[in-house]
Write a new protein. Structure first.
Length: 469
C-alpha cells in the first residue's frame, strides 16, 4: 500500500489543491445549483486541458528530441512520470550499467546514452533490441540487459611489473595475496618444448567492430556487433552459482585468445629458439616472430604458424582466433608481449651462455659489418666516378669532335711552338675546369672541403680565358 501511494506522490498534492479550489468555488458561488454544476464542469475541463497543453509545451524542451514521433513520446512519458506509471529512467555514461531504481515499475521508461555507450534491452522472456547513443524510449516491461563501452579498450593480463611469479610465499604476504599473484601468473604461463616456464605480460588493444563515425558517434556504433558481443558471453561452469565472476564478459575474450595463442606457439619452440645466441640476420626469428604471428592470428583471416619442430610454415592457415572474434563482434588492433619472466636458474643459464659466447659472436658481427662496409664503399666509389665523369664532361656536349675539317692534331715535338698550348688544347682544358668547378658548386659538403682547390681552379679558368681572347 505504501509503495502504491508513493508512485503518485508527484501529482498527489497538486491534484488535491486544484480540486479544493474548484470545490470552494462550487459551494460558495452566488449562482444556483445548476449553474454551479455547469461552472464546475467547465472549470474542471479547462483545468485539465490547460494542464495538458502546458505539459505538451514544456515536454518539448526537456529532452534533445527532433522528429515528431520523439516529441510525442516525450509528452507521453512525462504523463507517465507524473502519474507514477513510468518504467526505468536512467542515464548511461562510458559504458557503465546504472543501478536499477527499485521504485520504477514495468511501464514505459527513458534511457539517455552518451556517445561512448550502447545497451541491449530485454523483457522477462526475451531480448528485444539494441540501442545506441541518444534518447531511447523503452516499451512497457523493457529492462537493461547489459551495457557496452564503444571506446577503444585495452586489457593487460599476467603478473604485475614488480611481481615475481616464481617466488614462494613471503612472510608479509597473506594467503589471499599469494593466491592472487599465482592466479595472475597462470593467466600467461607457458612451457617451451624443452620444459622451460615463461611468464609474460600480455596487452591487447581492441574495440567493438564498427567504423569511426558510424551510428552518429565518433567511436562507431554497430548494433550487430553489440548484440554479438553481449549474447556471446559464456559462463564459467567451474565456479559456484553465486560467484560474481562466473560470467565471462566479452572484454575478457581477446586477452584469453592471445594467451592461448602464446601457449600454443611457445610449446613448439625451445629456449634457444626464443633467445638465440647468434641471431639470424636474414629473417625474423625467436620471440619477435612469435609476437608477430600472434598479432596476425588475432587481426587477420589467415596467418603463418609453426610446425611441430618450431619452423615457420610457408603457406598461411585460417586464423581460428580471428574467426571467433569476428563472430563475437570484436576487432583486435594490436597485441603486445613484454615484461617476460623466467625462473632464476634459467636466467643464470642464459647469462652464462651469453658470457661464454659473446666474443665469438662479436667477432662474427665485426666480420659481417666489415664486409658490408667494403661493399658500400665500392658502390660509393663507382657512383662518385660516374657523377664526376658526367659533371666534368657536361661542357663538351656542344663540341663537334667528329668534323674532319676541324680535327685537332697534336703538334710535333721538335717545333718551337710546343712551348705553349694550342688554342684547341686550351679550349678542352677550360671545359674540364668548368666541369670541375660546377661539380664543387652543386654540392655544399664538397665546397667546405675544397675551398683552396676551388680558388685555384677559378684562377686557372681566368688565365685560360685571357689567353683565348
Amino acid at each position: 500500500m505504501k509503495n502504491g501511494l508513493r508512485r503518485y506522490k508527484t501529482t498527489f498534492w497538486p491534484t488535491i489543491i486544484g480540486l479544493a479550489i474548484l470545490l470552494i468555488a462550487f459551494f460558495f458561488g452566488p449562482d444556483d445549483l445548476a449553474h454551479k454544476l455547469l461552472r464546475f464542469a467547465l472549470n474542471l475541463t479547462l483545468l485539465g486541458l490547460g494542464t495538458l497543453l502546458w505539459l505538451a509545451f514544456f515536454s518539448q524542451f526537456i529532452l534533445p528530441v527532433q522528429n515528431v514521433q520523439d516529441r510525442i513520446n516525450a509528452f507521453l512519458h512525462l504523463i507517465y512520470y507524473l502519474t507514477g506509471s513510468h518504467g526505468p529512467i536512467a542515464r548511461i555514461e562510458n559504458g557503465q550499467k546504472p543501478p536499477q531504481d527499485p521504485r520504477s515499475s514495468y511501464g514505459p521508461g527513458l534511457l539517455i546514452l552518451d556517445t561512448a555507450s550502447a545497451a541491449l534491452l530485454r523483457t522477462s522472456q526475451r531480448f528485444t533490441r539494441v540501442v545506441g547513443p541518444g534518447v531511447v524510449f523503452t516499451q512497457p516491461g523493457e529492462q537493461i540487459a547489459d551495457v557496452v563501452d564503444l571506446r577503444l579498450r585495452s586489457q593487460t593480463i599476467g603478473p604485475r611489473p614488480n611481481e615475481d611469479p616464481f617466488a614462494p610465499r613471503r612472510p608479509e604476504e597473506s594467503q589471499a595475496e599469494y593466491e592472487s599473484r599465482i592466479r595472475r601468473s597462470n593467466e600467461t604461463r607457458a612451457v617451451t618444448r624443452d620444459n622451460v616456464e615463461i611468464v609474460p605480460q600480455i596487452e591487447v588493444v581492441f574495440r567493438l567492430d564498427a567504423l569511426p563515425g558510424q551510428g552518429n558517434t565518433e567511436f562507431g556504433y554497430n548494433p550487430q556487433s553489440v548484440q554479438r558481443a553481449v549474447l556471446g558471453q559464456v559462463v564459467n561452469a567451474n565456479l559456484p552459482l553465486d560467484t560474481p565472476n562466473r560470467l565471462i564478459r566479452w572484454e575478457q575474450l581477446p586477452a584469453q585468445l592471445a594467451a592461448e595463442a602464446w601457449r600454443d606457439l611457445i610449446s613448439r619452440l625451445t629456449l634457444n629458439d626464443l633467445f638465440p645466441l647468434v641471431p639470424n640476420r636474414l629473417r625474423i626469428s625467436g620471440l619477435l616472430n612469435v609476437i608477430q604471428i600472434i598479432n596476425q592470428r588475432l587481426t587477420q583471416p589467415e596467418s603463418p604458424t609453426l610446425d611441430a619442430a618450431g619452423v615457420p610454415t610457408e603457406d598461411p592457415v585460417p586464423s581460428r582466433e580471428f574467426a571467433l572474434l569476428t563472430s563475437r563482434g570484436i576487432r583486435v588492433l594490436s597485441v603486445n608481449i613484454f615484461n617476460i619472466k623466467l625462473r632464476p636458474e634459467t636466467d643464470r643459464e642464459l647469462l652464462n651462455r651469453w658470457n661464454a659466447g659473446w666474443l665469438t659472436y662479436a667477432r662474427r658481427e665485426r666480420e659481417q659489418i666489415e664486409t658490408q662496409r667494403r661493399a658500400l664503399a665500392e658502390q660509393a666509389r663507382d657512383q662518385a666516378q660516374r657523377v664526376f665523369i658526367e659533371t666534368a664532361t657536361r661542357n663538351f656536349t656542344d663540341l663537334n669532335m667528329t668534323d674532319s675539317s676541324k680535327t685537332t692534331t697534336l703538334p710535333s715535338t721538335n717545333t718551337d711552338s710546343n712551348a705553349d698550348l694550342t688554342d684547341e688544347m686550351r679550349t678542352v682544358l677550360l671545359r674540364l675546369l668548368r666541369g670541375h668547378l660546377a661539380l664543387i658548386q652543386e654540392r655544399p659538403g664538397l665546397q667546405a672541403l675544397t675551398q683552396d682547390e676551388r680558388k685555384q681552379i677559378q684562377e686557372l679558368i681566368t688565365l685560360l680565358e685571357a689567353r683565348l681572347l
